[in-house]
Ligand binder design. Structure first.
Ligand code: F3S
Length: 405
């Protein structure tokens, strides 16, 4: 891979050990993928920030980088972590986990991370323009950036995104190149999508059926908004390795392609029902927790939740957890949505992630959610029973405390 003289010098350690290491990571990545050179990026989004994923080794690495004087060169946001930053003690998150997690966030702050801790960085100040190059980790955010914003990023790992953040560079390969953003398979949606959950199930089906590539999805309703498409993309990247989709008229690059010659797959109600059957538990269960916000809730989603929660009380012994970023929570408080949530007995968890939370230690055996991604990971990582339902049914389950509501 071609390196400028300045980049060669960094690789030789002339900029210090931290930048040498970062350069070594990007050069190795670039060589594996046949990148011709490094290109500048406008922002980074770093995953692997939860103590449950990076562990003590992550703390050691960050401490070493900080003590070597490393600083992030481009605006960089962080993926959600194992505890909610606003109310972990009140909600009973373990002290030891919290102290490790807070140490990680302190180290990122020392490196100069932008502060936002969320899987929807584009709602918290990290909003790349169409065509701009970024280095983002977190699969749901990567799909959103490529598909809906038209920004360009590969699906970075946490360490590669950190190295990119330190150098302001990424190797030029994959989705940074126009020729790799071409649709690879046509998906025909032959079902009337009627709820938030339908989009999540559709994404999960497409990810599983295609496995990878860039689907071109035909037949989405014109009313589908960013919330529905965000859910669909997050699920797609859960069951498959998709980092991008096209879906006219919703995605900005779709009109550039003709898709007649592509192999196609059809999705009907039967396919969605089969995914639901597989991901969701059967009935007759006492609900411990209803978790919404995987990916993190937007202001619009909190508005929808608040409007459904008017005059509502969460059942005794049930946790209603709403995951979002601090920026969105702040706006939701100003808009009055959080007052409604709190009056109903719900909790807003800022910067946390349902998948990284120690669910069993917190007494959660049965979880209800509207996210296929949360269902997939909470069942496989924590072994909890997961019930998957549209938003209004999730809230109804919180009210009655049992499944089905
Ligand atoms: Fe976000 Fe955690 Fe879900 S990072 S997408 S809330 S798994």
């Amino acid at each position: 891979m071609y390196l400028t003289r300045e980049q060669e010098a960094l690789l030789a350690g002339e900029g210090g050990e931290a930048l040498r290491l970062a350069m070594e990571i990007l050069v190795a990545l670039g060589e594996v993928y046949g990148a011709e050179r490094l290109i500048p990026i406008e922002s980074a989004h770093i995953s692997g920030t939860s103590y449950t994923s990076c562990g003590d080794a992550g703390i050691d690495l960050l401490s070493r980088l900080a003590s070597q004087g490393a600083r992030l060169k481009v605006p960089s946001t962080l993926n959600p972590v194992a505890i909610p930053l606003n109310n972990w003690r009140k909600l009973g998150f373990p002290e030891q986990l919290a102290s490790k997690q807070l140490a990680i966030l302190d180290l990122y702050a020392e490196l100069g991370a932008a502060g936002a801790v969320t899987c929807r960085p584009y709602l918290a100040g990290n909003l790349p323009a169409f065509g701009s190059h970024v280095a983002w980790a977190e699969s749901s955010a990567v799909v959103y950036a490529n598909s809906l914003l038209g920004a360009r990023t590969n699906m970075e790992g946490g360490v590669a995104a950190l190295a990119s953040a330190m150098l302001g560079l990424t190797p030029l390969y994959g989705l940074h190149l126009a020729e790799n953003r071409v649709p690879t398979e046509l998906v025909k949606v032959d079902v009337e999508l009627s709820s938030d959950l339908d989009f999540s199930l559709l994404g999960y089906f497409v990810g599983e059926a295609l496995g990878g590539g860039i689907p071109f999805i035909q037949g989405l309703p014109s009313w589908a908004g960013v919330e529905e498409l965000k859910s669909m993309g997050a699920s797609m990247a859960t069951s498959g390795s998709m980092a991008m989709f096209h879906a006219p008229p919703h995605t900005p690059e779709a009109q550039a392609y003709s898709v007649e010659a592509l192999a196609s797959t059809s999705v009907g109600r039967a396919e969605l029902s089969r995914v639901l059957e597989r991901l969701s538990c059967s009935g007759g269960l006492k609900v411990d927790c209803v978790a919404l916000g995987c990916p993190h809730l937007s202001l619009e989603e909190l508005r929808r939740v608040a409007s459904l929660l008017e005059g509502f009380k969460v059942a005794e012994g049930v946790k209603l957890w709403l995951f979002t970023s601090e920026a969105v929570a702040c706006l939701a408080r100003q808009a009055g949505y959080l007052r409604v949530v709190e009056a109903a007995g719900g909790e807003v968890l800022v910067g946390g992630c349902v998948v990284h939370a120690p669910l069993k230690e917190l007494g959660v055996e049965v979880l209800v959610t509207n996210s296929a991604k949360a269902a997939h990971y909470c069942a496989s990582i924590h072994g909890v029973e997961v019930c998957l339902a549209p938003l209004h049914e999730c809230l109804r389950a919180a009210e009655v405390g049992r499944w089905p509501p």
